[in-house]
Design a protein around this ligand. Structure first.
Ligand code: ADP
Ligand code: MG
Length: 336
């Protein structure tokens, strides 16, 4: 694997706003790196909501011994080379900024071993001091991040409570666990919060991560039009929530936010679940990258679609057809 330096125009397009905001943003970058490195088992542990410590370990490819320090330099990446490739790339990473940014705002130790080595390498970054040593470990990478924002107290003040920071991480890990075929273990202060399994079905993941009450109440369907392919898993009329928190929309395997898509799906439920309640669903939309416009910051989860009105209409119709009344338990006002 070779590591390249991005061209200036690409850097300028994406540099703005690229910041580490909170433990969630660190975990996101580290876990996405693990997935990019073909890891199938990823373990995330936080202490004090991640403010004191974050550890992400994976069984991925590891980092070549002679590239470790370079990997923590700004704009060093072994992945895609242009912004426009974002939604066509098989990789999450593309900026070569994450590790450098994390290193700039915390204390970082990386331990990593590639398959061709007997021993791993451990590198501790502490201000300008870099310590390198050998370590016995399995193939993969362990990154430990401590003392978040120790050198920028003002940013530290903007963090929420430990519980709120931890629940943002939990939501993120659910999104990643549903969207990728990997096992994710999540620990908070040494307590296991959840573990998902590689090769479990989307239905199993929804039951595990959203609610046990979804068991037997998930309907799946597929839909195609000229531009889009959609695989959908939707809750039936017996399961609804007070908010949209458990609606997951992926485009080419990246999670996005789209209130318009949510509303089109919800419209199909209008006569079968109470007003003001929301279904849960997982949608995987796939399309050619040139049908998407990503001229906004990639960490903001909004994108625009070609022929969007048609997609919304087709989603509404397919959802409505999948929620056929005879297949559903019908609520009556007196509960019979
Ligand atoms: P990017 O992901 O955009 O390439 P990062 O700063 O996140 O930039 O990572 C820099 C490089 O470090 C990656 O391109 C990859 O080569 C290497 N790397 C980072 N994390 C891992 C990991 N967990 N396993 C293997 N290689 C990694
Ligand atoms: Mg990355």
């Amino acid at each position: 694997m070779t590591i390249n330096i991005l061209n200036t125009s690409t850097i300028e397009k994406i540099a703005a706003g690229e910041v580490i905001e909170n433990p969630r943003s660190i975990v996101k970058e580290l876990v996405e790196n693990s997935i990019d490195a073909s890891a199938t088992n990823i373990k995330v542990s936080l202490k004090s909501g991640g403010i004191e410590e974050i550890i992400v370990s994976d069984n991925g490819s590891g980092i070549d011994d002679n590239s470790i320090i370079l990997a923590f330099e700004r704009h060093a990446t072994s992945k895609i080379l242009s912004f426009d490739d974002l939604y066509s790339s098989y990789y999450f990473g593309f900026r070569g900024e994450a590790l450098a940014s994390i290193k700039a705002c915390s204390k970082v130790t990386v331990s990593t071993k590639t398959i061709d080595r007997d021993l791993g390498t451990k590198v501790q970054f502490n201000e300008l001091d870099i310590k390198k040593s050998e370590i016995a470990m399995n193939k993969g990478t362990v990154i430990q991040v401590t003392n978040l924002f120790y050198n920028t107290p003002v940013r530290k003040k903007f963090l929420s409570s430990e519980n709120v920071e931890a629940s943002k991480v939990s939501e993120l890990l659910k999104e990643l666990a549903i969207g990728n075929n990997i096992s994710i273990e999540y620990y908070l202060d040494d307590k296991l919060i959840f573990k998902t399994f590689k090769d479990s079905t989307i239905e199993q993941k929804m039951i595990q991560l959203i609610s046990k009450n979804l068991e037997g109440h998930i309907i799946s369907f597929e839909m195609q039009n000229e531009l889009y392919n959609v695989k959908a898993y939707i809750s039936d009329n017996t399961f609804f929530r007070a908010n949209r928190k458990n609606q997951y929309i992926y485009v080419n395997n990246r999670i996005i936010d789209s209130k318009d898509i949510s509303i089109s799906i919800e419209k199909a439920y209008s006569s079968i679940i109470p007003n003001g309640k929301f279904p849960s669903f997982v949608l995987f939309i796939s399309t050619e990258a040139n049908n998407l416009d990503v001229n906004i910051h990639p960490n903001k989860k909004n994108i625009s679609f070609s022929n969007f009105e048609q997609l919304l209409e087709d989603l509404y119709i397919s959802t409505k057809n999948s929620l056929k009344p005879d297949d559903l338990f019908i609520h009556t006002p007196d509960g019979k």
